[in-house]
Design a protein around this ligand. Sequence first.
Ligand SMILES: Cc1ncc(COP(=O)(O)O)c(C=O)c1O
Length: 388
Amino acid sequence: MSLSKRAKEVSPSATLQITATANRMVREGKDVIAFGAGEPDFDTPDVIKGAAIKAIQDGFTKYTPTSGIPELKEAISKKLKKDNRLDYPASSIIVSCGAKHSLYNVLQVLVEKGVEVLIPVPFWVSYPEMVKLAGGKAVFVRTSVKDDFKINPKTLEKYFTKKTKILILNSPSNPCGVVYRRDELEAIADFCVKHNIICISDEIYEKIIFDGIEHVSIASLSDRMKKLTVTVNGFSKSYSMTGWRLGYLAAEPEIVGAVSNLQDHSTSNPVSFAQKAALSAFTLGDDFFKNIAKKFQERRDVIISRLDKMKGRLGYKKPEGAFYIFCDISKTRMDSFTFAKRLLEERQVALIPGAPFGCDDYVRLSFATSMEKINKGFDRIEEWVAKL
Ligand SMILES: Cc1ncc(COP(=O)(O)O)c(C=O)c1O
């Protein structure tokens, strides 16, 4: 048997691998502190669970339209208008099996051999693999801590070629919690408009944002930019619905039509009763998000104070959103996989190596875990790093 070239080229997900090792250690009875989680640690709200149960009991268990039930698409359309100042009719929205699926689909319909996709570094691990699967070339746009890990038109111009078609933007970002401000997005939008570049704007961490910073959707900046943008979002991180697999994209009719056709012949609709559940999520008000963001912010602040106590042995840039902190381990003179492996084996603390995010002298810690575990984990990290 021989696998396709395409399949052979895809790397396994490093985040899932390390989590699997940590889980195995837990099953073996080891006292592992896990900073690897890519999902919120709070339960899916009861109102959402209740709506799913009701939908199942009502027999809402059959196929739905591929792009999602009309009432959910209407609700998403209203949400985009209210939260993001984006005017997308329901017909410009496609609900998929997670934001990951939306991203995969849109790259499948836009990318082909020879197409270059700009990906700012550090990046979420799946972007380059998805570009590869679509037959395109991922072009990594280097950023620096000095620039807060942010791209700007000057940097982008350096990587732009005649083959550049797409830019993937992620704000708030995984892995370093970067949040782009309005003026920075305006400058990036100017670059996209100048070169006719499609911006895939991954806004999945939109609601987890700190210090009163405003989330701005790049598509809201001008009509021209809206035409060039594919806005991607979902329910996983905002509502702790990672297992329900529901995300969506909003874009121009031509793109939406192509994604719909692709989804018709691959997954069809996302789970019927999960869609009903997602509909009920919109009954949760702004206070719900404020509470969650507050909790994550408190944890971030504790982590920062613990890192500050370590006298610069691990560097960091203060995250402004999402629930990760990206730590500079260069002073330990270890690469990120060695660091993560040794810390797990020697102190039973699990975190994610930075190499799959494009930075081998960094590691990613998730603060989607309790304050108690954060403190216990940092006791171990502090003691271990001091002895290196
Ligand atoms: C930046 C980013 N985009 C998209 C996703 C995918 O989210 P979903 O669970 O909706 O597929 C993740 C999940 O970790 C993520 O970190």
